[in-house]
Ligand binder design. Sequence first.
Ligand code: GAR
Length: 230
Amino acid sequence: MPTSALTSASGRNRPLPATGNHSIRKARLAILLSGRGSNMVALVNAVQHGVLQELGEVVVVFSNKPDAPGLETAAALGCPTASLSSQGRKRAEFDADVVEVLHRYQPDYVVLAGYMRILSPTFIRAFAGRILNIHPADTHQHQGLHAYEWAFENRLPETKITVHLVDEGLDTGPILAQHAVDLRGADTLAEVERRGLAVEHRVYAETLAELIKKERHAEPAEASRVASPD
Ligand code: GAR
């Protein structure tokens, strides 16, 4: 595979860090994006000085677009980055290469943050039950792209920001959290997005923090692991 496309500042697997005096290590987060990465920034902020501070570390920010603005932002925030261009690639083959890249970082969670790809079974099965996504609508009502446009064009009084686990369907995975956003009086698409993103940025980190805490409690006999590796 084209390892030369890797842009990581630190592609090695780091030793498991400990939190304070405890041996419980932080969950290793791989954040995937395709664009500007405002959700990635919110997650990194939460890791650096917010709700994820004692719970998670960002081991890589990955993009299928080597020129995604979010990658540069991630590097400026001190995160390792990596990319592989998906342009012209067959879905399953590309995803197999991405899996190979991500495995080097041994993530506990793969956190999709505006990663505009439909994931193949190859990818889903490699990280089954450990892939999270944030969607700007109730996934029962709207799937795929352009959810804010959909809410705006239909003059919806609210949208429901949804954080869910990713399965092999399109936005069909189990819902972890939903938060309503009041859209009344939002008379431009930009205002709809502004209100929605403000909620996304808070809710994604909070939901991830709750999940990590829950899984820690669920595995008392193996407290040093947040989730099992492959
Ligand atoms: C966010 O609104 C996210 O919810 C959405 O893409 C945007 C990415 O923005 N994701 C989806 O629509 C997934 N179906 P960001 O790059 O600034 O985080």
